[in-house]
Design a protein around this ligand. Structure first.
Ligand SMILES: C=C1C[C@]23C[C@@]1(O)CC[C@H]2[C@@]12CCC[C@@](C)(C(=O)O1)[C@H]2[C@@H]3C(=O)O
Ligand SMILES: O=C(O)CCC(=O)C(=O)O
Ligand SMILES: [Fe+2]
Length: 348
């Protein structure tokens, strides 16, 4: 699986950018100043807010379906992930990003690789740099973590392994809720869900993000606008806000942290599977003058050999398939080449 992801990036290696020590920058360098912020439309302040769904609510399925159609994003509570595990993940993130730059660079992502420390992959599509650092984990983190923490790497490995297991269970549950709302309810409907319908063979990547406090936050960008290539993404954000989503007619809308809550994004592959019913949400992360921000994104997709296409139940004479079948690996390849034109490039 890890090798499959790297296959997608081998043809589009990322240029090696110099990693700054953000704490030493007291003014925003010009290379980080996003004058127009390259926004798709002018920023507005919306009165609407992203839906919040209590997973214990008997109407959760309907709430999720509506959120996926109108927003492509929602927050969940009562999701079953313990606060103590979320705290431990936050502690591991904090510990990782507060290491000296030379130490973090020992676990740097190689130009054509997928795992490790570095700038967001999408950096190459923008002329300005992003005010953030990232660490991508695909497969076991042991090798990289041993470089970062020669003494206590096994503690951090255990935290990440447990988090990935719990995230996988939650993602499987969310899959059935999201699909259920489209009338896709039986195990025959999604064969790759497996005999126990637990999506055991699903693939995933964990992206840890760090947004240092910034001397000029209004001109900086933490993570530029993008959609995730996934079926769904489960995002944990610490108590500092920064995530914004773009909603047609409303503009950029903030997604404030809900204590103990998790943010769920619809990704491009889910948009394809739903034959365009569910929106993959355009989102970005802004930065803060006095507080740093941490987030962890669990990027969830199908097993490497599975082709995702508009589900037969959602296709008919009046609803022709809008997209051709595509594997996640093939789609990541397309995304690495075409970025925000990737979806239209797989349209029939
Ligand atoms: C599986 C993946 C999805 C992702 C590329 C990656 O190989 C691992 C990092 C993911 C991420 C996180 C930040 C935004 C994003 C667009 C990026 O550049 O790296 C996503 C990628 C994606 O969803 O396409
Ligand atoms: O930090 C955030 O709020 C967003 C992170 C994100 O979009 C990602 O990792 O894909
Ligand atoms: Fe994202």
């Amino acid at each position: 699986m890890p090798s499959r992801f790297s296959d997608a990036f081998r043809a589009h290696p990322q240029q090696q950018l110099k990693h700054p020590d953000f704490t030493s920058l007291h003014e925003l360098p010009d290379s980080y100043a996003w004058n127009q912020r390259d926004d798709p439309s002018p920023e507005t302040f919306a009165t609407e807010s992203v839906p919040l769904v209590d997973l214990n609510d008997p109407n959760a399925l309907q709430g999720i379906g509506h959120a996926c159609k109108t927003w492509g994003i929602f927050q969940v509570t009562n999701h079953g992930i313990s606060t103590s595990l979320l705290d431990m993940v936050e502690h591991t993130c904090r510990s990782l990003f507060s290491l000296p730059v030379h130490q973090k660079l020992k676990a740097a992502r190689s130009p054509d690789g997928v795992s490790g420390y570095g700038f967001a992959r999408i950096s190459s599509f923008f002329s300005k740099l992003m005010w953030s650092e990232g660490f991508t984990i695909v497969g076991p983190p042991d090798e990289h973590f041993r470089q970062l923490w020669p003494q206590d790497f096994s503690y951090h490995c255990d935290v990440i392994k447990e988090y990935k297991e719990e995230m996988k269970k939650l993602a499987g549950r969310l899959m059935w809720l999201m699909l259920g709302s489209l009338g896709i309810i039986a195990k025959e409907d999604i064969k790759w869900a497996g005999p126990k319908t637990d999506f055991k063979e699903a693939s995933a990547a964990l992206q840890l993000n760090y947004y240092p406090a910034c001397p000029d936050p209004d001109r900086a960008m933490g993570l530029a606008p993008h959609t995730d290539s996934t079926l769904l993404t489960i995002l944990y954000q610490n108590s500092t806000s920064g995530l914004q989503v773009f909603k047609e007619g409303a503009g950029w809308v903030a997604v404030p942290p809900v204590p103990g809550g998790l943010v769920i994004n619809v990704g491009d592959l889910m948009h394809i599977l739903s034959n365009g019913s569910y929106q993959s949400v355009l989102h970005r992360a802004m930065v803060n003058r006095s507080h740093h921000r941490l987030s962890s994104a669990y990027l969830y997709g199908p097993p490497s050999t599975v082709e995702i296409s508009p589900h037969p139940k959602l296709v008919g004479p009046t609803h022709p398939p809008l997209y051709r079948p595509v594997t996640w690996n093939e789609y990541l390849h397309t995304k690495a080449k075409h970025f925000n034109k990737a979806l239209s490039s797989v349209r029939v």
